[in-house]
Design a binder for this molecule. Structure first.
Ligand SMILES: [Zn+2]
Ligand SMILES: [Zn+2]
Ligand SMILES: [Zn+2]
Length: 380
């Protein structure tokens, strides 16, 4: 920390004297396959240069309570011994408690109650050596989260957050973690647990923890329900939009295929007005397969009028759409292209608006490029 401050100060000073801007730091080198997501080691353990002997020594000091001068009373009449200068330096809140603590000779007495005795032991040990057993963290994660907040121990806060994010957060504790995160100012944890609640909403809704939250924080419960509704609507809207885009894009492809069929003839559909040479290019328009039955029907159907059968109606719509997107009806070989252009002028305003919107969406579905046979995309 101190070194960081001095370095920054010096680089600012040297930058001032030479007026050369400070270059941005080089990106850190990826460390081969050891570096997975850059966040796979619990905080406080990265690049640790503290020897195990030192850690063991601090652990021993806590366990043996050599020359301890604090008695910590915990639930059920249990006691933990500690050293005032160590736990006071590790937590300013404890320092304040020690100042006001009763003294019996050399002994200060303080109490940490409301959490299990063993959780307090894990907490105090962490203040000494930053050491902990994984199983203890698993067992007391919620208590440690509370203690780290109440006694202002940021490194333990980060550690609890990390362990929750990397496996300890589950559908059984997520509602409690969410509330604690909001009450105890863990913004990241709040976000992660909120996301998990959204994901498992059906499973969590009306569980015991949910009912308890509804009782203790009714506004919070209401907010989650409301955000669930918003998320559900957004999801539905996204699906609707995606489906719509797919339809526009399919229509665009059908338009391309129609030009190809009428201009080149298509091997999939068979000769239009051409004799295919053996080396005639194989058709690569997916949409031809879909258009094939429609065109065959249209050619043979006895109703073949705009108000006729469903398939003919569809064919008429495709022909009209083509005529509206066609860039040059004089050169175009798609049947009725020019005739249908004339029909458009007689259409009602309402129909006209609907067609224009459809044309815009179909042409716009081709994000890059577009076809030389179609009009450019316009905004209307
Ligand atoms: Zn084709
Ligand atoms: Zn028909
Ligand atoms: Zn045309």
């Amino acid at each position: 920390m101190v070194t960081g401050c001095v370095d920054l100060h010096q680089s600012l000073k040297s930058a001032d004297s030479s007026s050369v801007p400070i270059p941005p730091p080089l990106p850190s080198k990826p460390n081969g396959h050891h570096r997975r997501h850059g966040n796979d080691v619990a905080p406080g353990l990265k690049n640790s240069s503290v020897s195990t002997a030192t850690r063991d020594m601090w652990d021993r000091l806590f366990n043996d309570a050599y020359k301890a001068d604090v008695v910590i009373y915990t639930d059920n009449g249990n006691i933990i011994y500690a050293h005032s200068n160590i736990i006071g330096s590790a937590s300013t809140v404890i320092k304040g408690m020690l100042k006001q603590a009763e003294r019996h000779g050399k002994w200060h007495t303080i109490s940490i109650r409301g959490v299990p005795h063993d959780a307090v032991r894990v907490f105090i040990r962490f203040l000494y050596s930053s050491c902990y057993e994984k199983e203890e963290v698993n067992q007391f994660i919620m208590h440690l989260l509370l203690l780290s907040h109440a006694y202002v121990v940021p490194q333990l806060k980060r550690l609890c957050e990390w362990h929750l994010e990397h496996g300890l957060l589950n559908t059984e504790n997520v509602i409690d973690v969410f509330q604690l995160a909001l009450l105890c100012d863990f913004p990241r944890l709040g976000l992660i647990s909120h996301r998990m609640i959204m994901k498992h909403f059906k499973e969590l809704y009306a569980t015991e923890a949910w009912v308890a939250m509804k009782k203790s924080h009714p506004f919070l419960e209401k907010e989650i329900r409301e955000s669930m509704i918003i998320e559900e609507n957004t999801r539905k809207e996204r699906i609707r939009k995606r489906n719509e885009e797919r339809i526009y894009s399919q229509l665009y492809e059908a338009m391309e295929a129609l030009v190809h069929i009428c201009r080149d003839g298509c091997k999939t559909i068979g000769p239009h007005d051409k004799d295919f040479k053996p080396n005639h290019a194989t058709c690569h328009y997916e949409a031809c397969k879909g258009l094939e039955s429609l065109i065959r029907h249209f050619a043979a159907c006895k109703f073949r009028v705009p108000g006729g059968c469903v398939q003919c109606k569809r064919m008429w719509q495709l022909l009209e759409l083509h005529s509206r997107v066609c860039a040059d009806s004089d050169q175009c070989r798609v049947p009725l292209c020019r005739n249908l252009k004339g029909k458009m002028e007689k259409q009602s305003k309402k129909d006209e608006v609907r067609w224009k919107l459809l044309v815009k969406n179909v042409l716009g579905s081709k994000k890059i490029g577009g076809s030389p046979f179609f009009l450019p995309v316009t905004c209307c």
